[in-house]
Design a protein around this ligand. Structure first.
Ligand code: NAD
Ligand code: TYD
Length: 349
C-alpha cells in the first residue's frame, strides 16, 4: 500500500485533494496533516473519517521534531504539500507568519524527506504552488513554465522561496520532485476572505461588496475540482524535476466577476435586477496589487492530457449553490478568531 502524506488537507484545495485521493485510490493510505489554522476546518472532510485508507493528524509543518518523528514512524512513499498561509491581504499585514509556514515549513518537510528517503527512486515530493510567483502581467501575454520568477507580495515571495527550496533539494540531493503553479481557484469550502466566497457571502447578507481600486485587476479562475484532478494527473504521470502550470484559460476583471455574481444571485434570491450590484463599494486598493495573472497551461494539456472540465458559468453556479446551502458553514468558520479580522477588514470599510 502506497503511503501518502498530504499537508494542509483541512483547507480549501487540500480537502478536495484528500477526498479525490482517498476515494479514488483505495490502495493508497492517506495521512492528512494539518495544524488547523483559521483556514483549516475538519468539517470540510467529515465524509472521509470512516474510510479505512485515511487518517487525520493534527500537527505543525514548522515543528521539526514532530515532522521528524512522523516521517520516522510512517514511512511515507510520497508527499503532496499544500499546507500554507495563502491569503495575500494577510501577508501584507503579517509577513513573518508567511515566511515561517511557507518557507521554514517547506524546508522542514524537505529535510525530513531527504533524511528518511534512503531509496529515492520510488518516492515523490509534490509541491503545490501558485502562479503569483511569476509576478504581474500587462494587458497581454501569459505565464509559462519558463517565465522568470518575480514575486511581488509577501505571500508570493514566500511561495517563490519554497519553490526554489524544492528545486534546490532536487538538484543538490537528488530528491524526486514535481511542482505545479496554479491560477486562482474557486469552488466549495473556500474560506470567505478570498474574492468569490467573500462576495457571495456579502451579497447573501446584503453587506457592502469591497472592490479594491478600480476593480480592473484580472485573475484566471479555475474550478478547484479541476485543480485536484490536475494534481492527480501530475502526481501519477509528471516527470521528475518538472514544473507544470495549471490554469483555466478563463480571465476575468474583478469588477466583471462581481457583476456576474450579483446578476446570478439576484435571480437565485428573487431580488429585483440590480439590487445586489447596488452593494458594490470601491475601496482603497491593495498595496502592491498585481494587475493581471494569466496562465498558459498548454504543457500540462500537451504532455499529460489534462484540461479544465467545467465552463466557468457552470462552475460558478455550482459554487454559489454550495454557499447558499451551507450558510451555517460560513457562520461557524467565521465565528472564531477570524471574526475580529473579518469585521475589521471587510465589513467596516
Ligand atoms: P487554505 O488557506 O484554504 O488552506 C491551507 C491549509 O494549510 C489550512 O488547512 C491550514 O490549517 C493548513 N496549515 C497552515 N499552516 C500550517 C502549518 N504550519 N502546519 C500544518 N498545516 C498548516 O489554502 P488553499 O487555498 O487551500 O491553498 C492550498 C495550497 O495551494 C497553498 O500552498 C497555496 O499556496 C496553493 N495555491 C492556492 C491557490 C488558490 O487559489 N487558493 C492557487 C494556487 C495555489
Ligand atoms: P484574492 O481572492 O485575495 O486572490 P489573489 O489576490 O491571491 O489573486 O483576490 C482576487 C482579486 O480580487 C485580487 O485582484 C484582489 C481582489 N479583491 C477585491 O477586489 N476585494 C476583496 O475583498 C478581495 C478579497 C479581493
Amino acid at each position: 500500500m502506497k503511503k501518502i502524506l498530504v499537508t494542509g488537507g483541512a483547507g480549501f484545495i487540500g480537502s478536495h485533494v484528500v477526498r479525490l485521493f482517498a476515494n479514488n485510490y483505495p490502495d493508497y493510505f492517506i495521512t492528512n496533516l494539518d495544524v488547523l489554522t483559521y483556514a483549516g476546518n475538519l468539517e470540510n472532510i467529515t465524509d472521509l473519517e470512516a474510510l479505512p485508507n485515511y487518517e487525520f493528524v493534527k500537527g505543525d509543518i514548522t515543528d521539526e521534531a514532530f515532522i521528524d518523528e512522523l516521517f520516522n514512524s510512517k514511512n511515507f512513499d510520497a508527499v503532496i504539500h499544500l499546507a500554507a498561509e495563502s491569503h495575500v491581504d494577510r501577508s501584507i499585514l503579517d509577513p513573518m507568519s508567511f515566511v515561517k509556514t511557507n518557507v521554514l515549513g517547506t524546508g522542514v518537510l524537505l529535510n525530513a524527506a531527504k533524511k528518511y528517503w534512503k531509496n529515492k527512486e520510488d518516492k515523490l515530493f509534490y509541491h503545490v504552488s501558485t502562479d503569483e510567483v511569476y509576478g504581474s502581467l500587462g494587458e497581454t501575454g501569459f505565464f509559462t513554465e519558463e517565465t522568470p520568477y518575480d514575486p511581488r507580495s509577501p505571500y508570493s515571495a514566500s511561495k517563490a522561496s519554497s519553490d526554489h527550496l524544492v528545486k534546490a533539494y532536487h538538484h543538490t540531493y537528488g530528491l524526486p520532485i514535481v511542482i505545479s503553479n496554479c491560477s486562482n481557484n474557486y469552488g466549495s469550502h473556500q474560506f470567505p476572505e478570498k474574492l468569490l466566497p467573500l462576495m457571495i457571502n456579502n451579497i447573501l447578507h446584503s453587506k457592502p461588496l469591497p472592490v479594491y481600486g478600480k476593480g480592473e485587476n484580472v485573475r484566471d479562475w479555475l474550478w478547484v475540482e479541476d485543480h485536484a484532478r490536475a494534481i492527480d494527473v501530475i502526481f501519477h504521470t509528471g516527470i521528475n524535476g518538472e514544473t507544470y502550470n495549471v490554469g483555466g484559460f478563463n480571465e476575468w476583471k474583478n469588477i466583471d466577476i462581481v457583476h456576474l455574481l450579483c446578476n446570478i444571485m439576484d435571480k437565485k434570491l428573487n431580488r429585483v435586477e440590480g439590487e445586489s450590484a447596488a452593494l458594490i463599494t470601491y475601496v482603497k486598493d491593495r498595496a502592491g496589487h498585481d494587475m493581471r495573472y494569466a496562465i498558459d497551461a498548454t504543457k500540462l494539456e500537451r504532455e499529460l492530457g489534462w484540461k479544465p472540465s467545467l465552463q466557468f458559468e457552470e462552475g460558478l453556479d455550482k459554487t454559489i449553490d454550495w454557499y447558499l446551502a451551507n450558510d451555517e458553514w460560513i457562520s461557524r468558520i467565521t465565528s472564531g478568531s477570524y471574526k475580529q479580522y473579518y469585521d475589521q477588514q471587510y465589513t467596516k470599510r
